[in-house]
Design a binder for this molecule. Structure first.
Ligand code: ZN
Length: 155
């Protein structure tokens, strides 16, 4: 149960992670800070796998300033991605299809698909991206959850 300190990738964001056998917890602070300039990088991205000890997924929180994109397309070898747009607006291209995205947009992209995401000229963009191996999920929700008969330690 030792708290550890790590600097987030690409900036001075101080991360204190609480890890125990039962769970890992961190607070990344105001999500709007992911949009601010940090050390010359005009976007900010935090990967949570190492921070939290994730074993079945990678999760990143990313902010783009207006009119910003990572300047290349990318695909993946085996991971599907789920983009959850938390705020702002932009466009996303998957192979030769372009869609508008905004707060509330949820986009799944197959591994081999070439993708590109850009914030609108007048809008920041804040999103979470979850990567998991395509086809790896064997059960979820009621198939995996097990009801426990306990009382909470708080009210
Ligand atoms: Zn990716």
């Amino acid at each position: 149960m030792q708290p550890s300190k790590k600097a987030a990738q690409g900036g001075k964001l101080e991360i204190k992670t609480h890890k125990s056998r039962a769970f890992s917890h961190l607070n990344v602070g105001k999500l709007s800070q992911f949009i601010k300039n940090r050390e010359g990088d005009n976007s900010a991205k935090l990967f949570l796998r190492d921070q939290l000890g994730l074993t079945g997924m990678e999760v990143s929180i990313t902010g783009y300033p207006p009119d910003y994109a990572i300047p290349f397309f990318h695909s993946h070898k085996q991971n599907e991605e789920l983009y959850i747009i938390l705020g702002g607006e932009g466009k996303m291209q998957m192979d030769d299809e372009v869609i508008d995205v905004k707060e509330g947009s949820v986009v799944r992209v197959l591994p081999e698909v070439s993708r590109y995401l850009k914030s609108a000229p007048d809008s920041e963009l804040l999103f979470i991206c979850i990567q998991a191996k395509e086809g790896s999920l064997e059960q979820s929700n009621r198939g995996d959850g097990v009801r426990q008969e306990r009382e909470p330690l708080f009210s």
